[in-house]
Design a protein around this ligand. Structure first.
Ligand SMILES: C[S@@+](CC[C@H](N)C(=O)[O-])C[C@H]1O[C@@H](n2cnc3c(N)ncnc32)[C@H](O)[C@@H]1O
Length: 223
């Protein structure tokens, strides 16, 4: 997401999703959000990248997943739905307004018991995460918040020692808008991370008429 993010009409979004999907039917909720996003500027991970992340999640067991940047609930619904019944999804979101609407959509999709939204800026809320939720290690991290915070917040995650050997850290938008410092840092550490890019052609929320090159950077933590 560019740092000059726009403010969506969150009430219109909520009304649209609730009236175009069925309560408790995750796929219908995701389709309604995708449909809304096809005609409005919207910053969700989307169908194609979403499917790619689901594939990664299916390659090894994921019990605890964390995302930096929850927005209006799409990625939380999509990926929490892939977790086993004993799994849990923690969605960090700085905006209380976005978090409130995300919570409503997650509840409507029937996933409230699997998703916890943590409101506030990650660099602060991360400090009390283990103490509050009893979680010491995470199996999967999705980084999808402000681009200028990617590297700083990965370093916080490293310092807090949340990563298990084998934990996947997946960063979105590494080519557009781009996170060169994050990419250089992770790719330089070949002893600690095995990284690969997955490429996509995307339409960005702020320029829906243009097709752009983007990628997920998938980094497996090696210790
Ligand atoms: C691209 S959107 C996330 C999209 C979401 N993952 C999805 O696929 O539906 C980025 C979100 O990150 C949030 N955000 C930005 N900086 C943050 C920070 N430092 N801590 C927590 N959330 C942050 C923004 O408010 C915004 O909702």
């Amino acid at each position: 997401m560019p740092s000059s993010h726009y403010e969506p009409n969150i009430q219109e979004y909520l009304d649209f999703v609730l009236s175009n999907s069925q309560r408790g039917d995750v796929n219908s909720v995701l389709s309604a959000i995708d449909k809304y996003a096809s005609t409005h500027p919207f910053m969700h991970i989307g169908e194609e990248k979403g499917a790619s992340i689901e594939e990664l999640m299916n390659q090894k067991p994921v019990q605890v997943m964390v995302e930096l940047g929850g927005y209006l609930g799409y990625s939380a619904i999509r990926f929490a739905n892939q977790l086993p019944t004993t799994g849990h999804y923690y969605s960090f979101e700085i905006s209380p307004e976005f978090a409130k609407v995300a919570g409503k959509v997650i509840e409507y999709a029937g996933l409230s018991s699997k998703v916890t939204i943590i409101i506030g800026e990650f660099k602060y809320t991360s400090k009390t995460f283990t103490e509050k939720y009893g979680v010491e290690k995470v199996d999967f991290v999705l980084i999808d918040h402000w681009k200028d915070a990617y590297l700083q917040d990965l370093k916080i995650i490293e310092k807090l020692q949340w990563l298990n050997i084998g934990t996947l850290v997946v960063a979105d938008n590494v080519l557009y808008p781009g996170v060169p410092e994050y990419k250089a840092y992770v790719e330089a550490q070949t002893e600690r991370y095995t990284s690969k890019m997955i490429h996509f052609k995307v339409r960005h929320a702020s320029e829906l008429d243009k097709v752009l090159d983007d990628a997920l950077l998938v980094s497996e933590f090696r210790g």
